[in-house]
Design a protein around this ligand. Structure first.
Ligand SMILES: [Zn+2]
Length: 188
C-alpha cells in the first residue's frame, strides 16, 4: 500500500474530502487519480464501507464529483458562509438514493449508518454523503478548520480552541517557514 493513505482514520467526511490536497489554496493534487488509487483508499480507510467489486473510471469520476461538492460545503462552513445550494442538493440526493439511515448499535452512545440500496456504488456514495451530513449537520462547526501549514491544507477538527495546525509536524513546518521568511526579510 502506498504511504499516501497513512493519514486516514479521521472522521469519515474528513478522510473523504482530504483526498484532494490543496496545500496553497490554488493548486490541487488529486489523490484519487484512478480506479487503483480509489481501491487502495477503500482498503486503507478504517471505517468499513461498502465497496464495488471493481471500481471503474466512471465510478471514480462520480465519486470525485461528490467529493468536490463535499469540499465546497466544508469550505463554506470553515468560512462561516451559507452552504452552496447545488452541493447541499448533491449530498442530500446521494443520501436519499441509497436509502441511508442512522441506526443504534448495541452499545450506548454509538450508532451506525445502514442503507436500503443493494448497489455497492450507490451504498458507498450514500455512506460518504451521510458522513458529510453528520459532520456539518450535527457537530460543532467551530471545531472544523483547515490547516494553513506550508504543503498541507487538510481539513481537521480542532481538539482545543486555539489549535492552528492539523498535526505537530505541520506546526513545526510552519514555524520553520516563518523563521525563514523573517530571516529573508532581514529581521532576526
Ligand atoms: Zn496540516
Amino acid at each position: 500500500m502506498k504511504s499516501t493513505w497513512t493519514w486516514l482514520g479521521d472522521h469519515l467526511a474528513l478522510d473523504f474530502v482530504n483526498t484532494v490536497v490543496c496545500s496553497d489554496g490554488t493548486t490541487r493534487q488529486e489523490l484519487w487519480d484512478g480506479p487503483e488509487a480509489m481501491e487502495e483508499w477503500l482498503e486503507a480507510e478504517p471505517e468499513s464501507l461498502p465497496a464495488p467489486a471493481a471500481v471503474s473510471a466512471d465510478d471514480v469520476g462520480g465519486l470525485r464529483r461528490l467529493r468536490d461538492h463535499a469540499l465546497e460545503l466544508l469550505d463554506a462552513a470553515v468560512r462561516e458562509q451559507e452552504l452552496p445550494g447545488d452541493s447541499v442538493e448533491a449530498i442530500n440526493a446521494a443520501v436519499v438514493a441509497a436509502g441511508t439511515a442512522r441506526v443504534l448499535t448495541h452499545r450506548a452512545r454509538s450508532s451506525t449508518v445502514v442503507t436500503t440500496s443493494t448497489d455497492p456504488l450507490r451504498e458507498l456514495r450514500g455512506h460518504l454523503a451521510a458522513a458529510v451530513v453528520d459532520l456539518l449537520g450535527r457537530e460543532d462547526l467551530a471545531n472544523l478548520a483547515r490547516c494553513g501549514a506550508p504543503g498541507c491544507g487538510q481539513y481537521y477538527h480542532r481538539s482545543r480552541p486555539n489549535q492552528r495546525w492539523c498535526s505537530p509536524g505541520c506546526g513545526n513546518r510552519a514555524r520553520v517557514d516563518r523563521h525563514r521568511h523573517r530571516r529573508l526579510n532581514g529581521e532576526q
